[in-house]
Design a protein around this ligand. Structure first.
Ligand code: GDP
Length: 300
């Protein structure tokens, strides 16, 4: 939690700052509500979610007869955690079943942090004693496969890649095939995400999915989202949920943004749990997402 807090505060999160201002007051007047609303909107919580949270908060304070801003902070924390649906299953399915590797598909627009996230997840699993294979199904940029291979070397995973321009689905197929043959525990398939050509990309991703499923069901499809792209990025991301069955979101670059509230918007808009958060570029900068801890860190 301390690490999470220091990482988030590095970005001088607006929640914290906004609330600091609130705490210097001694009573709840209309300005306080406006400030809370502004803080939430600025933090990218989204207009609808903000309205809901503030409405509920007002109702709660009315019922409870809340007078102090300190109490209000506690109630706000509760509302934010509630908005994040703390009961959702956020576990990551990475364990092999009956000798067959778990297969994870990693999708998202270019630059969101897919390759980095694959490396980080591999790192966690390997530290846990698992064997991991990384499949480089982003075949459009040679640099992408190189980058994945560098990560693999760094964390001790095997890689399967194809020649530049190879069919991504065939590389994905080969990666899973090899994973089954060599008996690794987990196969992570990194995919391409060129949104410039949406239909082409989605056809390609659909094909990757179908081909991988020839080996058996996909255990987890992770959508990687860059927290700094805000509501816009969220709109783009929706496309992915139409093509593949996204089971979890990885929200990256939370270390570099004052817009941590996007987590709430993501879950609300996509209806998919945020399972992991990226807090930096290094191999250990990945954390499981815990709503209560996150809100606590966010409020400073
Ligand atoms: P991809 O195109 O989706 O595979 O994205 P990459 O994994 O290549 O990441 C794009 C850039 O974002 C790289 O410079 C990464 O180091 C950086 N990046 C990825 N995740 C994070 C994160 O959680 N925090 C920060 N600050 N940078 C990140």
């Amino acid at each position: 939690l301390v690490r999470l807090r220091s990482r988030l505060s590095r970005s001088q999160n607006v929640f914290g700052k906004g609330l600091l201002g609130l705490l210097s007051r001694d009573r709840l007047d209309e300005d306080v509500w406006e400030e809370i609303e502004d803080s939430l909107i600025t933090a990218d919580v989204g207009v609808d979610a903000t309205r809901d949270i503030v409405d509920r908060l007002r109702e709660r304070t009315r019922v409870l007869g809340t007078r102090s801003v300190a109490e209000l902070r506690t109630l706000l924390a509760t509302e934010l955690v509630t908005a994040l649906d703390p009961g959702l299953d956020r576990s990551l399915h990475t364990a092999p079943k009956e000798g067959v590797p778990a297969v994870l598909l990693v999708v998202g627009v270019n630059g969101a942090g897919k390759t980095t996230t694959c490396g980080k997840i591999a790192r966690v699993l390997i530290a846990d004693g698992r064997s991991v294979l990384l499949g480089a199904a982003d075949t459009f940029r040679a640099a992408a496969a190189d980058q994945l291979q560098t990560w693999a070397g760094r964390v001790g995973a095997e890689t399967v890649r194809g020649p530049e321009g190879a069919d991504p689905a065939s590389v994905a197929f080969d990666a899973v095939k090899r994973g089954i043959e060599t008996g690794v525990d987990t196969v992570l398939v990194d995919t391409a995400g060129r949104l410039q050509n949406k239909i082409g990309l989605m056809d390609e991703l659909g094909k990757v999915k179908r081909v991988v499923e020839k080996h058996g069901p996909i255990d987890e499809t992770l959508l990687v989202l860059d927290a700094t792209t805000g509501q816009n990025g969220l709109e783009q991301a929706r496309v992915f949920t139409e093509v593949v069955n996204v089971t979890g979101v990885v929200l990256t670059k939370l270390d570099g943004t004052a817009k941590g509230g996007i987590v709430i918007a993501v879950q609300r808009k996509l209806g998919i749990p945020v399972k992991l958060v990226g807090l930096g570029e290094g191999p250990d900068d990945l954390a499981p997402f815990d709503p209560a801890q996150f809100v606590d860190a966010l409020l400073g």
